[in-house]
Write a protein that binds this ligand. Structure first.
Ligand SMILES: Nc1nc2c(ncn2[C@@H]2O[C@H](COP(=O)(O)OP(=O)(O)O)[C@@H](O)[C@H]2O)c(=O)[nH]1
Ligand SMILES: [Mg+2]
Length: 186
């Protein structure tokens, strides 16, 4: 058995999932992770490099990689792609100006071979702010319906209030679980 398939087998036995949090800088990735882990959401500073968090969710252990989204850091995203089960793409629903940039980066990302098969959760974050774009608007602006290569879903959410964070994660964990744990016996 090759190294990678051994790693996959161990992860399956331990019910582990590897989740990548990506999106433009300032979208709220780190704040969402803080909220989910019960930390203070008001003490977030920009992510230089990455944070790794291990969260037990449902009966699964999620190894979450929160990677900095600044333009200069985006070329390094590819270093984190290997054996990713799920991508959580976080969108700042207030940042209308950068929505085209956000769309371009997302579609570029989904072309990566190493992300083939990964489930995609889009979080339309910052819904607590007046005048934010709705999830419907973001779905259109990011052209999500054109995505056929990945199972995807969009949820409106707020890292401040916690709205829908658990619901969204629940969807992606179930989607990955169906693929990794229930559908095959290999
Ligand atoms: N009002 C509001 N502010 C948020 C929300 N999520 C993040 N922020 C703020 O947006 C800024 C960027 O958040 P951060 O988590 O560092 O974004 P990251 O670069 O994607 O990790 C911070 O000032 C956060 O406090 C949210 O849901 N609502
Ligand atoms: Mg961050």
């Amino acid at each position: 058995m090759g190294f990678l398939s051994t790693v996959r087998k161990i992860r399956r036995q331990e019910r582990q999932m590897r989740v990548l949090f990506l999106g433009l800088d300032n979208a709220g990735k780190t704040t969402i992770l803080k909220n989910i882990s019960g930390e203070d959401v008001l003490s977030v500073s920009p992510t230089l490099g990455f944070n790794i968090k291990t969260l037990v969710f449902d009966q699964y252990t999620l190894n979450i990689w929160d990677v900095g989204g600044q333009k200069t850091l985006r070329p390094y995203w590819r270093n984190y792609f290997e054996s990713t089960d799920a991508v959580v793409w976080v969108v700042d629903s207030v940042d209308r100006l950068r929505i085209p940039d956000c769309k371009e980066e997302l579609h570029k990302l989904l072309q990566e071979d190493r992300l083939a098969g990964a489930s995609l959760l889009v979080f339309a974050n910052k819904q607590d702010i007046q005048g934010s774009m709705t999830d419907e608007e973001i779905k259109e602006a990011l052209d999500l319906p054109s995505i056929k290569s990945h199972n995807w879903k969009i949820w409106p959410c707020s890292a401040r209030t916690g709205e829908n964070l658990k619901t969204g994660l629940d969807w992606i964990v179930k989607d990955v679980a169906r693929r990794l744990y229930y559908s095959t016996t290999t």
